[in-house]
Design a protein around this ligand. Structure first.
Ligand code: MRU
Length: 331
């Protein structure tokens, strides 16, 4: 898509990321040259979104191997990166893939191999998300026959900013827009970090009609018949289809069920964690109290919630659509 800027781009020696803590007011890149800079970028949410976190972690390992490719350094960098954010399983998936490749290799080969593998993880993410977009497009085409714009609701930012390219929940939106399907997106603000502003920024750049709403307006809009479907991303999908995504997703799924609306989760297969039997086993990240801006008040700040599988119409991955109960087919 012409409007995309690289969320993560390597230049042979280091990695340039788009600093998402500055968006949507400032567009600026940050150079990552060390493991600690990569870990900081993930922890501080300069990069965010499950697939992009995974790609950044892979490059973090590659940067670490440049400095020291000994076994102890490999183990240390994997441990450091694994601790940055707990819920998005793509992080652990990417680290496991890097570890499986690098551990058996002689030290002298690790830096080159790590760099190449990180590049492959990034390239695969772009291709995967393009495929999600095409599978999601088939869902949207079925709604387009009504002869009026499709009214789609999303939550958080699962667009190209959250991935290496194309996005997950927004990939079908961009595919539909490219195919000329009339469509309008309801974008929820996503307190406390306002990732909805990132989604609105992306959609503005792409020329996709959209409207920003406060999180709590979602139920009213569904009740008024102004929403046709919901598509969200995911940070971790358990083996039974229970899905962790940005906090507030569950309430949208409940409201969608109450109003008979389809609720889709768009995510690459790398987001499915077959080691988690159900949603109760998914670790929920508790972020800093300062994000609420509530001074000394007693606060809780869980960053994700879990939508039970029965509330999900289907999961859209690069392999097509699956009922949450049938995810084992993608094992
Ligand atoms: O805390 P964030 O901004 O990293 O959370 C992002 C989300 O919850 C996304 O919906 C999810 O990672 C899917 S991104 C393609």
């Amino acid at each position: 898509m012409a409007t995309e800027i690289g969320t993560i781009v390597e230049d042979g020696d280091s990695v340039l990321i788009l600093d998402q803590t500055l968006l949507p007011t400032r567009l600026a890149q940050v150079r990552l040259s060390t493991l600690s800079e990569a870990a900081h970028a993930i922890r501080s949410m300069q990069v965010r979104g499950a697939p992009l976190i995974g790609a950044t972690a892979a490059y973090g390992v590659a940067l670490a191997m440049r400095a020291d490719a000994a076994d102890a350094a490999l183990a240390a960098c994997l441990a450091t990166l694994a601790q940055t954010r707990p819920t998005a399983v793509n992080l652990r998936w990417a680290l496991a893939r890097m570890a499986a490749l690098l551990s058996p290799l002689p030290q002298a080969q690790r830096a080159v191999a790590a760099w190449r593998e990180a590049g492959e993880i990034a390239a695969e993410d772009a291709a995967t998300n393009a495929a999600i977009g095409q599978h999601g497009l088939t869902v949207l085409r079925q709604l387009a026959i009504r002869g009026r714009p499709i009214e789609l609701m999303t939550h958080c930012n699962a667009g190209w900013l959250a991935t290496v390219a194309h996005g997950t929940a927004l990939a079908p939106v961009y595919a539909a827009h490219a195919a000329g399907l009339p469509l309008h997106v309801w974008v929820s603000e996503t307190r406390p970090r306002n990732q909805g502003l990132l989604t609105a920024w992306e959609l503005t750049r792409a020329g996709v009609a959209h409207t920003l709403i406060v999180d709590n307006a979602a139920g009213l809009l569904m009740m008024q018949g102004r929403v046709d479907l919901v598509i969200v991303g995911a940070d971790r999908v358990a083996a039974n289809g229970d899905t962790a995504n940005k906090v507030g997703t569950y309430l949208k799924a409940l409201a969608a069920r109450a109003h008979g609306l389809p609720f889709y989760v768009a995510a690459p297969r790398s987001t499915i964690d077959f080691a988690c039997t159900d949603g109760a086993a998914i670790p929920i990240e508790e972020r800093d109290r300062s994000e609420l801006g509530a001074g000394d008040l007693s606060v809780a700040n869980p960053a994700f919630d879990v939508t039970p599988a029965p509330l999900i119409t289907a999961i859209i991955s690069e392999s097509g659509l699956s009922a949450p109960a049938n995810l084992a087919q993608w094992r």
